[in-house]
Design a protein around this ligand. Structure first.
Ligand code: UFG
Length: 332
């Protein structure tokens, strides 16, 4: 299939683009490079398949979709930091909601009917029960989650109006790196737990600050569902088989298991062989105690299942990436 990946220069986008190529698809990337890396595109589809453009440039989107005879769009271009979204909500709404609406309009004009998009656990807010199923109420507690909820609502409208076939994958915590060691996580500034912890092992930070040790969890630290980025990428391939016109289908993409911050830290110590000092800090605003997926819908309907099922396996791939490329894509 001829596929356009928006945000294909980013962390999840680059792994998805590679998985698509490995499955025999023809892939183009659209990215404004505000957060993504040209080097990541060079290592996947190649720079001749990269268009540097804004999602807001609807005419340009129509042009690319038409010129390359695109049959399916995988839309991953979005801002995704909860803390940042609280400080700059307008920027998040403009990018995540406005950008998605521009894409929907361009697809309508170019008569492209298939769409797979990234959504997030953050649409569920702080559910009182675990694990989270797709039928839980959407009740985001931060602006990032709110933008993704509004994107989902826009898609529901477009699917019914334009006969669009949409699958929205609600990612849990993306983690790890490509086992080849040449694609991985490279954010500036970095805010995510595993890269920060491994940066301590590399001597780039003095310690890990644990954001709260008095949560209602077995060891007092927050519990999340860490899913390997290659497993996330594979879910997009599986989703291609279930697209149905006029519908938006939602799937949780997580392992179904929760891992605490302390357990992640232990795994990073074990894998890196470094003591990784930590200090107990105060809670980070907006962090729910515990979030993990019921992934049974993805397992039964997408025929998807995670290959990386232990946190050590996930951290091993991240460690390979961070230790081989301590400055991310700038390491060369
Ligand atoms: N944490 C620390 N210290 C740090 C960094 C993180 O203790 O220096 C803790 C956080 O408090 C949290 C856990 O590690 O409990 C994971 O934090 P991350 O920042 O790695 O990830 P989040 O769970 O905050 O967010 C991620 C994505 C979001 C998505 C969310 C869905 O970044 O886009 O998962 O669960 F919405």
């Amino acid at each position: 299939m001829r596929i356009l990946v928006t945000g294909g220069a980013g962390y999840i986008g680059s792994h998805t683009a590679r998985a698509l190529l490995e499955n025999g698809h023809k892939v183009w990337v659209l990215d404004n490079l505000s957060r993504g890396h040209k080097e990541a595109v060079q290592r996947t589809v190649g720079l001749d398949r990269l268009t540097i453009a804004s999602l807001h440039d609807t005419d340009r989107l129509v042009q690319i979709l038409t010129l390359q005879e695109i049959e399916l769009v995988i839309h991953l271009a979005a801002f995704s930091l909860v803390g940042e979204s609280q400080k700059q909500p307008e920027m998040y709404f403009r990018n995540n909601v406005g950008g998605s609406q521009s894409l929907i309009s361009a697809m309508h004009q170019a008569n492209v009917k298939k769409l797979i998009v990234s959504s997030t656990t953050a649409v569920y807010g702080t559910p009182s029960q675990m694990p989270i199923t797709e039928s839980f109420e959407r009740a985001p507690v931060n602006q990032y989650g709110q933008t993704k909820l509004e994107m989902e609502l826009s898609l529901e409208h477009a699917a019914s109006q334009n006969d669009l076939a949409v699958v929205a994958l609600r990612y849990f915590n993306a983690a790890g790196a490509h086992p080849n060691g040449d694609l991985g996580e490279d954010h500036d500034p970095e805010t995510h737990l595993i890269p920060i912890t491994l940066q301590v092992a590399l001597g780039q930070r003095e310690h890990l600050t644990i954001f709260g040790n008095d949560y209602a969890t077995p060891d007092g630290t927050c519990v999340r569902d860490y899913v390997h980025v290659c497993d996330l990428a594979a879910a997009h391939i599986c989703a291609m088989d279930v697209l149905r016109n006029g519908t938006v289908q939602y799937f949780n993409i997580g392992t179904g298991a929760g891992t605490s911050v302390s357990e992640v830290l232990d795994a990073c110590r074990k894998v890196s062989g470094h003591p990784i000092p930590s200090v107990d800090g105060i809670r980070r605003s907006g962090d729910p105690d515990i979030l993990y997926a019921d992934n049974s819908k993805a397992v039964s309907e997408l025929n998807w299942s995670p290959k990386y099922t232990s946190i050590e396996q996930i951290v091993e791939t991240a460690w390979r990436w961070h230790s081989d490329s301590p400055n991310g894509y700038r390491s060369g």
